[in-house]
Design a binder for this molecule. Structure first.
Ligand code: MRU
Length: 369
């Protein structure tokens, strides 16, 4: 997507040095726009762990590039299979909820022949990582095309009055290499001249909505309003939300949706107010091996400091301040599960389907066993 006068993806191979993978440092946005070089498996691990890069499809792409960077560490003494298997295990352990990480790493590993010379293994790993990026970009573009139909329909019903879309966290191009999942239909609608307005949940504790989604939408010129996380229900009761579109970090074969903590409450409020609630996701975010999201999806628990402290920009620098009594205990669950019964539909690269096992199987029959 365009920012300033340049087109960016949220991850790419350095144009001059193919041993470097570059990302946008999302921890610094919206205050500073800085790119960051990843040169090793450890660099990838810490960038994901410290949320310099985040969002399910992007974490997957970074994991794929991580295997490529691991191939650059191979020497004549290295057992290639052992080395890459260890790198894969290490990278997968970084964050547990988004299935894209393991999916992408497995895809790269599955494309390699460990008996080939190191140079060939490395070239093949790079090809696989770049292919994942291209495929995910195209998947997000398709999600945009399919999701646009929903917005167009509402716009027609409202006779051209702005379509009010509520979204949670950041499921935008920063999280997805390009376009975004939840945001792709919004960008396409805006480009087409359909009036839209986005309610942006701030998304405590890390504020990915207020910091990242708001930055993306502002860069693209899309009208938006940042709201405290608890505002959505009130807006829905007063018919100020036409549709909710969120992303997903892992969706079960039965349509349960794991996404950023707080998503479930938005789905409940939408259900109570008869407002359509959609999750937009590429098939790399579907875990075809599990059926019960609440029982089977591991919800990441993060450092409680993210709850007790807030980072923002003041007097020309980034500052972190405590916002609660010293000594109070905080809990920091990263994600929650929205049961399929609360999900109106899934917007995928293949089209829109209901969040049921039958519909998901019909759409992705090749992935079902
Ligand atoms: O903890 P994060 O910032 O990686 O969580 C991101 C989300 O929950 C997104 O909504 C999700 O990855 C959807 S993917 C575009």
């Amino acid at each position: 997507m365009k920012t300033g006068d340049r087109n960016y993806q949220s991850i790419w191979l350095d144009e001059d040095d193919p041993s470097i993978v570059r990302i946008i440092d999302q921890e610094k946005l919206p205050f500073y726009f800085e790119t960051m070089a990843l040169r090793s498996v450890d660099d990838v691990y810490f960038a994901i762990e410290e949320m310099k890069l985040r969002g399910a499809p992007l974490i997957g792409a970074a994991g794929a590039f991580g295997i490529y960077l691991a191939t650059l560490e191979i020497t004549s003494m290295t057992d290639i299979r052992d080395h890459l298997t260890n790198a894969a295990r290490y990278l997968k352990s970084c964050r547990p909820t988004a299935v894209n990480l393991a999916w992408a790493i497995n895809k790269v590993m599955g494309s390699l022949d460990f008996h080939k010379p190191a140079k060939t293994v490395s070239e093949n790993a790079l090809t696989a990582a770049l292919m994942i990026c291209e495929t995910e970009k195209e998947n997000c573009r398709q999600i945009g095309i399919h999701g646009l139909e929903l917005i167009e329909k509402i716009s027609r019903e409202k006779e051209g009055a702005p379509v009010n879309i509520l979204t949670h966290c950041n499921a935008g191009w920063l999280a997805c290499i390009d376009y975004g999942t939840a945001t792709a239909p919004i960008y396409f609608a805006h480009e087409k001249g359909i009036p839209v307005h986005v309610w942006v949940d701030e998304t405590r504790p890390r504020n990915q909505g207020a910091k990242l989604t708001a930055w993306e939408l502002r860069e693209a010129g899309v009208p938006h309003t940042i709201i405290p996380d608890n505002t959505g229900g009130h807006l829905m009761q007063h018919k100020m939300v036409d549709i909710v579109i969120v992303g997903s970090d892992r969706t079960t074969r039965t349509g349960d949706v794991a996404n950023k903590i707080g998503t479930y409450l938005k789905a409940l409020a939408a259900f109570d107010n008869n407002i359509p609630f959609y999750a937009a996701l590429p098939s790399s975010s579907i875990d075809f091996g599990i059926s019960d999201g609440i029982k089977e999806i591991i919800v990441e628990e993060r450092n409680p400091d993210e709850v007790t402290h807030v980072t923002g920009f003041s007097e020309g620098e980034l500052r972190t301040v405590r916002i609660c009594p010293e000594g109070s205990v905080a809990a920091n669950y990263g994600f929650d599960i929205t049961p399929a019964r609360l999900v109106t539909g899934l917007i995928t690269e293949k089209g829109i389907c209901r969040a049921t096992e039958k519909d998901i199987e019909e759409m992705f029959s090749d992935k079902f066993s």
